[in-house]
Design a protein around this ligand. Structure first.
Ligand code: ZN
Length: 287
């Protein structure tokens, strides 16, 4: 009787927790399960970012820093809603790696190798839009929550097996079948669903920031070519699925966003014609 009550209590607790954790990605209307607070998520992102900054060489190339900062800030503004606990920071890392990332809390890194490949700001915006879309859609928190549910399912199974007096051998088989991993972190590769969602939302962000949405397909074509010539996929591609399907899809959705892009571009061009007072970055150009 006590055991049965224990199971009921566990299930009621699990269900209420899951119900509390249901949120929606505003841009797509997709429901997601999130059981990590934005604050906790941002703290983990910040910790990971600090570690990367210690391990990698931070670029002092003013042109590169200015470019990533300018494109990044326009995209962050194009998200159109303030993200909880996001303190945007854009850092360029000196490395030939074709890599870029955005972490919860608004911490964004772009490698100089990728900057060379993404020749136009439009192409850079495609990558940064995609990465920032992972953050605004809280994909890391969703992955962590999925891991937590998997852990809870395992715990539930233990409670059940205890109540049923399952022998040791069968318990071991059940645990293996559940295959619950223990690795939880913000740098896990994203699922296909997250990737295609970040593609769609990222393209919207880039277009809304005045960057040509057609550049996403050309960028991924270059990534595909670069991975062939290197003989191994760049790090960025190892956490991102094969570019073939996404190129086709990006080509399909880009034309719908052209009016948004043209309107935003005209707005930014108008702003650039106005005299700029004191620029935030006061270093000498061309260094
Ligand atoms: Zn991605």
């Amino acid at each position: 009787m006590i055991k049965r009550n224990l199971i009921s209590l566990f299930l009621v607790g699990l269900m209420s927790w899951i119900l509390v954790g249901c949120t929606v990605v505003p841009e797509t209307g997709r429901k997601q399960l999130i059981m990590v607070s934005a604050q906790e998520e941002a703290q983990m992102g910040l910790a990971a970012f600090q570690q990367i900054k210690q391990e990698e060489q931070i670029s002092t190339n003013v042109m590169a820093i200015d470019r990533v900062d300018r494109v990044g800030r326009r995209i962050a503004a194009s998200v159109g809603r303030s993200l909880p606990d996001a303190k945007w920071e854009f850092v360029v890392f000196e490395s030939d790696d074709l890599n870029a990332f955005a972490l919860p809390g608004g911490k964004v890194g772009v490698y100089t190798g990728l900057l060379k490949l993404a020749e136009s700001d439009d192409e850079l915006a495609a990558v940064m839009g995609h990465e920032i879309a992972h953050v605004s859609s809280r994909h890391s928190a969703e992955r962590m929550s999925q891991q937590m549910v998997a852990g809870l399912t395992a715990a539930g199974a233990e409670v059940y097996m205890e109540s049923q007096d399952v022998d040791h051998k069968n318990r071991a088989i059940a645990r293996a079948a559940l295959g619950v991993g223990t690795s939880v972190g913000v740098m896990l590769p994203f699922s296909r669903l997250h990737e295609s969602e970040a593609d769609v939302i990222g393209l919207k962000f880039a277009a809304g920031a005045g960057y040509d949405p057609r550049a996403a397909a050309t960028f991924w074509e270059k990534m595909k070519a670069a991975s062939k010539s290197e003989g191994r996929p760049p790090e960025f591609l190892s956490t991102h699925p094969s570019p073939d399907n996404r190129i086709a899809r990006l080509k399909q959705i880009a034309p719908e966003l052209l009016p948004v892009y043209r309107e935003a571009k005209a707005k930014f061009e108008e702003m650039e014609m106005e005299p700029v007072a004191d620029r935030e970055i006061g270093a000498n150009p061309g260094n």
